[in-house]
Write a new protein. Structure first.
Length: 531
């Protein structure tokens, strides 16, 4: 069985999906170059008001209560991708038949989703969740399902063997014939599929050629073909072109919330979640943004035309409200430099996070709420000052960077180690630890036979009684902050009074320190102390 999914009045639905407030209103879509824009689509309410296809925009604008919108290829692309996601939410085998139509292979789904009627209803319901009103028809062959989806509203099922009887009352335009063939059938007075099926196929072939034979086969319910399977996409995009430039955060947040809602609806249909969000804002080419600073108005002109933003999430999420809060905080910290004319959002999807808490395990804070708290802190202290220290892959000592917080692994994900390995690991880890000073302490070192003999630091003088080293390291010679160091491990004995007594005296204090010399600057530092 195959399900034909048809989005009727696709141009209108694409616009209404981007602007839900237009639902139930008289809507007209115009296309062309001003001032020659003409009406290309109008819903039933607009047609009752007097709008006709091909009417100039100037004439349509005179009708009160009629909303006029320009045709948007961006919104149509978004609606088409949502239609594809809807099909993939049901079956991995779908065909991208047209911009407003797909075919879903429902074979083998009965044990999961139920009967054909239930599958058709699920497609209609999920389409409504994605902002689309769909016609779904299930039939035993592809061509019958496509024609029935165009001709019948809502969910419709045609049993095997009943194709010709069910299609007989539909208008021949549902077969989408060529313009020449449609005109010929109109002159013959053939207006229904049943009337076309009653014609002799040989005579039809003589007058209409192969197209006539194909249409005759379809209306008799005998047409069959294999579907061309479309490859599922893993990147989700939504974009919106704005009629008026938006500069303030509040109206921008309203538009971003609408796009994120649409993205999350598509992700929910595919059982996926957001791992990364990329946003691109097109700015006005020449914008004047008033900035009040020191009681003066500074005007910025010729600002860059594109502003990009990236948001990496610690775990996959699909909570639209939570994502909007994170995006708002990021925009507050680094707002676009000019008014926005177009919004583009893309997400990298991953399988949704599934957690099963144990009865005797420690409860952890919600990762999504933790990420929101971290974003609020970063908005105050700076994005580069919030995170966890991550050791960099370099020989440079103390080299680290600030990385994003990641959730702790659950106990079930930890590697299981037997008792023998645990004992061996415990013995391996036993040893000395180094307490690192940040920043390192400045010191003065006296050398004797090219070996450290006395060390002065923190108001104390110490005598070196044991040395190990030096260990010479260098790196990053291609950068400006090239480094070259000589490290020593020194055992130092000193007194708080500032002078050294006998080595075995009762008031002596000893310490093992890591000391290094910066060869580029010629200065000594105390890096840390061993415990």
């Amino acid at each position: 069985m195959f399900a034909g999914v048809f989005c009727e009045d696709f141009l209108l639905q694409a616009v209404m999906r981007g602007e839900p407030k237009l639902q139930g209103r008289a809507l007209t879509i115009v296309e062309g170059t001003p001032p020659l824009m003409k009406v290309v689509a109008a819903n039933e309410a607009a047609q009752r008001a007097g709008i006709r296809i091909g009417m100039p925009k100037t004439t349509a604008a005179q009708f009160l209560g009629v909303e006029i919108r320009a045709r948007s290829t961006a919104l149509e692309k978004n609606a088409h991708e949502a239609l594809l996601d809807l099909g993939w939410s049901i079956s991995p085998r779908i065909e991208e038949t047209a911009t407003d139509m797909i075919v879903v292979d429902t074979a083998g789904l009965g044990s999961i989703l139920g009967s054909e009627e239930e599958i058709a209803r699920k497609l209609v319901e999920r389409g409504r969740a994605c902002g689309l009103c769909l016609n779904v028809a299930v039939a035993a062959n592809v061509e019958t399902a496509l024609v029935a989806a165009r001709g019948f509203s809502g969910a419709y099922v045609i049993a095997a063997g009943e194709e010709a009887a069910r299609l007989s009352e539909l208008h021949v335009s549902m077969l989408t014939p060529s313009e020449e063939t449609a005109e010929t059938l109109e002159r013959w007075g053939v207006r229904t599929c049943g009337a076309l099926a009653a014609l002799p196929v040989l005579k039809l072939s003589e007058r209409l050629g192969q197209e006539g034979v194909r249409l005759h086969t379809v209306v008799r319910g005998k047409g069959s073909r294999a579907i061309v399977v479309a490859e599922a996409a893993h990147t989700f995009e939504e974009e919106m072109e704005l009629e008026d430039a938006v500069e303030e955060l509040e109206p921008l947040s309203f538009l971003l919330g609408r796009l994120l809602d649409q993205l999350c609806a598509r992700l929910t249909a595919r059982a996926l979640a957001v791992q990364m969000i990329r946003m691109r804002f097109e700015l006005e080419p020449t914008s004047e943004k008033a900035i009040e600073a020191q009681k003066e108005i500074v005007r910025e002109k010729n600002l860059p035309g594109v502003y990009e933003l990236e948001l990496q999430l610690p775990v996959p999420m699909r909570n639209a409200k939570m994502l909007l809060k994170l995006v708002r905080l990021r925009l507050q910290a680094s707002p676009p430099p000019a008014a926005i004319t177009k919004i583009w959002i893309a997400t990298e999807a991953r399988p949704a996070r599934v957690m099963q808490n144990g009865l005797f395990l420690q409860s952890f804070p919600d990762v999504e709420k933790l990420e929101l708290t971290i974003a609020r802190i970063a908005n105050v202290v700076g994005q580069e000052n919030v995170g966890v220290a991550e050791i960099m892959d370099t020989h440079r000592a103390d080299a680290f960077r600030v990385a994003n917080f990641l959730p702790a692994k659950e106990e079930s994900e930890l590697e299981i180690i037997d008792s023998h390995d645990k004992k061996r690991l415990r013995n391996k880890l036993q040893g000395m630890s180094c307490r690192v000073f940040r920043p390192p302490l400045m010191a003065k070192v006296e050398l004797q036979n090219e070996q450290p003999a006395c060390v002065f630091f923190a108001g104390q003088r110490g005598e070196v009684i044991a040395t190990a080293g030096p260990w010479k390291t260098s790196g990053d010679w291609w950068r400006e902050d090239v480094w070259e160091q000589e490290e020593w491990d020194l055992e130092i004995v000193f007194r708080a009074g500032g002078y050294v007594e006998k080595r075995d005296g009762p008031r002596q204090e000893r310490g093992l320190y890591r000391v290094y010399r910066d060869a580029k600057r010629g200065e000594w530092f105390i890096r840390g102390m061993y415990d």
